[in-house]
Design a protein around this ligand. Structure first.
Ligand SMILES: N[C@@H](CCC[C@H](N)C(=O)O)C(=O)O
Length: 267
């Protein structure tokens, strides 16, 4: 079976987007992994599958490069909103509202959750400041923005070997569904620098949900004031949030090319 796909990215976090609203396309975890493979497949951080939805303009499923299906992807939401003009998008992480504007695509990603069992953690701990540490990374904050994140604030981002410590934290038994690992440095009253080790994808150029979770954790600690500019290796996102409200993320979405492939080539 032949299918068309769009190669897109949000600040370098790249996607293969398949619009399967009118296709009977079965994506299994091994197939998703094969499509995402940069040597033998199309190559991407996440495979995004668009499906019909009863409750929104469309449904969006997300597969990490390791083939695992997950709940939310901030950068892909902006790409899909731009590609399809959808204003409501149904994901496993929540019903999302999108709007196009002069500064890029804005996404209302919903309200953050802080309860230990909503992250989820394996057992009850204070999610505002976890009393556990990994090497120099201590007092992390845990936030769920549709998917699970842990955030560490450090004085010098460049001093952290995230490629080494990221997978250790991702797979720590404290996080039964694994976790996205964010390391951030405050650079101004409303500015942060951020690097993310993504669950199931490793180091990426940018993580939209990571930027949301990190800005929320920093605002909660009184480290910055909303709106926050989060600078990732791939560029900047603007995040707005106040306690009790939903999170708004604004940033670019880029279409790279449209291609075609044979589904059976991926198992
Ligand atoms: N790149 C994404 C997040 C993708 C999913 C994440 N790796 C997870 O496993 O939760 C983003 O832009 O938010």
């Amino acid at each position: 079976m032949r299918f068309a796909f769009h190669k897109m990215h949000g600040l370098g976090n790249d996607f293969v987007v398949i619009d399967a609203r009118a296709l009977a396309l079965e994506i299994t975890p091994p197939r998703a992994r094969a499509i995402a493979d940069r040597r033998t497949g199309v190559g991407c951080d996440q495979l995004i599958l668009l499906e019909p939805s009863d409750t929104a303009d469309l449904g969006m499923r997300i597969f990490n490069a390791d083939g695992g299906e997950v709940e939310q992807c901030g950068n892909a939401l902006r790409c899909v909103a731009q590609l399809t003009n959808a204003r409501t998008i149904d994901t496993a992480g929540g019903l999302i509202e999108a709007a196009a504007g002069d500064a890029g695509v804005s996404i209302d990603i919903g309200a953050p959750r802080f309860d230990w069992d909503a992250i989820p953690l394996a057992y009850a701990l204070d999610t505002a400041s976890l009393p556990v540490g990994w090497e120099t990374l201590e007092h992390g904050a845990a936030v769920n923005v549709g998917n699970p994140h842990v955030i560490f604030f450090v004085p010098d981002l460049a001093a952290i070997d995230l490629e080494r410590v990221g997978p250790v934290i991702e797979h720590d038994p404290l996080f039964p569904e694994r976790v996205n690992v964010n390391v951030a440095q405050v650079t101004g009253p409303s500015a942060l620098k951020l690097r993310v080790w993504e669950r199931g994808a490793g180091l990426t150029q940018a993580c939209g949900t990571g930027a949301c979770a990190t800005a929320v954790a920093a605002i909660r600690r009184g480290l910055v004031i909303s709106p926050v500019t989060v600078s990732l290796p791939g560029g900047d996102l603007r995040i707005e949030w106040a306690p009790g409200e939903t999170i708004r993320m604004t940033g670019p979405a880029t279409h790279v090319f449209t291609g075609e492939a044979e589904l059976e080539a991926f198992g």
